[in-house]
Design a protein around this ligand. Sequence first.
Ligand code: 5GP
Length: 178
Amino acid sequence: MTQASYRIDEMISARAIAARIESLAREIERHFADTDKLVVIGLLRGSFVFIADLVRKLDLPVEVDFLEVSSYGNAMHSSREVRILKDLRGEIAGRDVLVVEDIVDTGHTLQHVMGFLHQRGPERLETIALLDKPSRREVDIRATWTGFEIPDAFVVGYGIDYAQKNRNLPHIGKVIAL
Ligand code: 5GP
């Protein structure tokens, strides 16, 4: 697909995303109701809009940190190799951790990140993904909470890019080659 010739069809509206985040936030609050040591970790860069909206709906004391891992680059296919590009600023040993991911696709990224974070000894380690493409899964992993299950399509918007563009779309859209 050449980057010049595509259109974006709306798949999930900004309103539907906001409503889903409200209900996910209530579930997360219930799960972590007894903690005052929650660290919410955003996986850069695709989760930056989602984490910003999510933490503002959480009526809990939270700290925010970020981890950057390599993923698609500018191609539209997932590379299985996952590297840590930017590490956390804070310690997570003994902390309750919520990892915020944009999309679980093959599952390799989440599996790698979970293994990496687990080694640092968090008390609890949970995950939330805005989107899940179960039909694409190659490893047996699921986020604790999922916003929306979607079919096998290349999506953009709400923080998610295509060749670094379209992150600022307020909704999730499907990229259609023209
Ligand atoms: P996985 O390791 O599960 O195959 O891939 C996860 C990562 O691939 C996501 O965090 C995201 O960065 C990227 N990814 C998966 N599907 C899409 C998609 O439809 N659009 C974009 N832009 N990135 C995707």
